[in-house]
Design a binder for this molecule. Structure first.
Ligand SMILES: [Zn+2]
Length: 274
């Protein structure tokens, strides 16, 4: 399941292929969207942005395509109309003079008016998107301080897209490690200082992962491990999927635990309270 950093990287490549370019041809597989093929042909793509795990394609004429990939959806980009070699079922194709973008297997695709976006049933439930350019530290710390979430366990809250959107399973464990947070508490049990550390880690590691293509570990540790010929799986994260290996910071053996069906990973020495 892709997390915010992966989805925003997809929007980057879509923008590179489509932004500000005139649509020369367009294809929708779903019958109810067919009528938009002629409405959108000749228009330009204004921009493409993520909202949680959904992608919004803004067109010049105030229409917006909402698409959510669920588990299997995938965007592919190729030069001038050449259709990628794949067995997946094509749902949308957007062509311009130079490039084409193909959306495969996504099941949720809708065309909305721009003003309908904020009321969309999926989007209206989302918390601030951690990687949206307009999201600030103040937006994120406000979530950690909000009365609405104080009785929730931190481990489940971090996966709730209504709290902060864009965080998934690897960022969850990495954020708790970076903030030195014991993963066993409800939000109200963390001090103000710990909440600030969590808010900082939420932004910092999401942006870092977006910029590095999925690496959350400190750059200095990554460099040192690369010099020792470590594999990506060994240097990529602080704790995620590193059960039984030693903490990069203190050498203690990393542990895992199952909460709500999904595993968390932590360093007992760096994170657990006395
Ligand atoms: Zn440690």
């Amino acid at each position: 399941m892709p997390e915010g950093p992966e989805i925003w990287r997809t929007t980057d490549s879509l923008n590179k292929a489509l932004q500000d370019k005139t649509i020369t041809d367009l294809y929708f597989a779903f019958d109810e969207l067919k009528k938009y093929e002629t409405k959108l042909k000749g228009e330009k793509v204004d921009k493409i942005e993520a909202r949680g795990k959904a992608i919004l394609t803004f067109f010049d004429n105030e229409l917006v395509m909402y698409s959510h990939n669920q588990l299997y959806g995938k965007w592919m980009i190729s030069p001038n109309g050449a259709q990628p070699d794949t067995n997946r079922s094509l749902r949308v194709a957007i062509h311009n003079e130079d490039q084409s973008a193909f959306l495969y297997s996504a099941s949720q695709i809708e065309i909305l008016q721009k003003e309908e976006i904020s009321n969309h049933s999926y989007i209206e439930k989302l918390g601030p998107d951690v990687l949206h350019p307009d999201t600030t530290y103040d937006d994120i710390i406000a979530q950690y301080q909000s009365e609405d979430f104080q009785n929730r366990k931190l481990t489940t809250l971090l996966l709730d897209q209504g709290f902060v959107s864009g965080i998934g399973n690897y960022l969850r464990s990495e954020i708790m490690f970076y903030a030195k947070a014991d993963p066993h508490h409800k939000l109200k049990e963390y001090s103000e200082q710990q909440k600030e550390a969590l808010a900082e880690a939420t932004i910092k590691l999401s942006r870092r992962s977006y910029e590095t293509g999925g690496i959350t570990n400190d750059p200095s540790i990554v460099e040192a491990l690369k010099r020792e010929k470590a594999k990506r799986s060994q240097y990529r994260h602080f704790v995620y999927k590193r059960t039984g290996n030693r903490c990069h910071k203190c050498g203690t053996v990393i542990e895992e635990e199952k909460t709500g069906g999904r595993k968390i990973y932590y360093c007992p020495n760096c994170q657990l309270d006395e």
